[in-house]
Design a protein around this ligand. Structure first.
Ligand SMILES: *[C@@H]1O[C@H](CO)[C@@H](O)[C@H](O)[C@H]1NC(C)=O
Ligand SMILES: *[C@@H]1O[C@H](CO)[C@@H](O)[C@H](O)[C@H]1NC(C)=O
Length: 119
């Protein structure tokens, strides 16, 4: 059975519109058991990147984030997802290992711009 994934990009609330993020491909098809990599490119200065997924009719679910080199998982952790943020390339991957039909969803990568100095 096919696994159908859509990727959308967004910046976190309150950010300036300077960071433009582009999904490498907006739709990803996979088969059960495949390892799937979802990618976003962005421009601008970014501190952290969050990944969310959303099922139809449900609010977005936080998956994982990387902020200044530190990875934070959801509580409880969402199994089979890892994040790989290559800041020097303005590129972030979400890797889903051994995809299952339940991974069919809309995925968001969301940026945390460095211009926000809220901490
Ligand atoms: C994303 O960046 C990589 C290099 O880091 C480049 O090869 C790729 O074409 C870019 N994709 C998009 C959609 O801009
Ligand atoms: C997926 O990745 C794991 C290790 O991360 C590897 O053991 C496995 O063979 C990979 N599966 C496929 C279908 O490539």
């Amino acid at each position: 059975m096919f696994i159908y994934i859509m990727i959308l990009m967004s910046t976190t609330e309150g950010s300036r519109a300077t960071e433009v993020i582009t999904p490498k491909s907006e739709r990803v098809f996979a088969l059960e058991g495949d390892n799937v990599t979802l990618s976003c490119n962005y421009s601008g200065s970014v501190r952290g990147v969050h990944w969310y997924r959303q099922y139809a009719g449900s609010p977005p679910q936080f998956l994982i984030l990387e902020d200044s080199g530190v990875t934070t998982e959801a509580i409880p952790p969402v199994p089979r997802v890892t994040i790989n943020h290559r800041k020097e390339q303005s590129h972030v991957d979400l890797e889903i290992s051994s995809a299952t039909v339940s991974d069919s969803a809309l995925y968001y990568c969301a940026l945390e711009p460095t211009v926000q100095e809220t901490q």
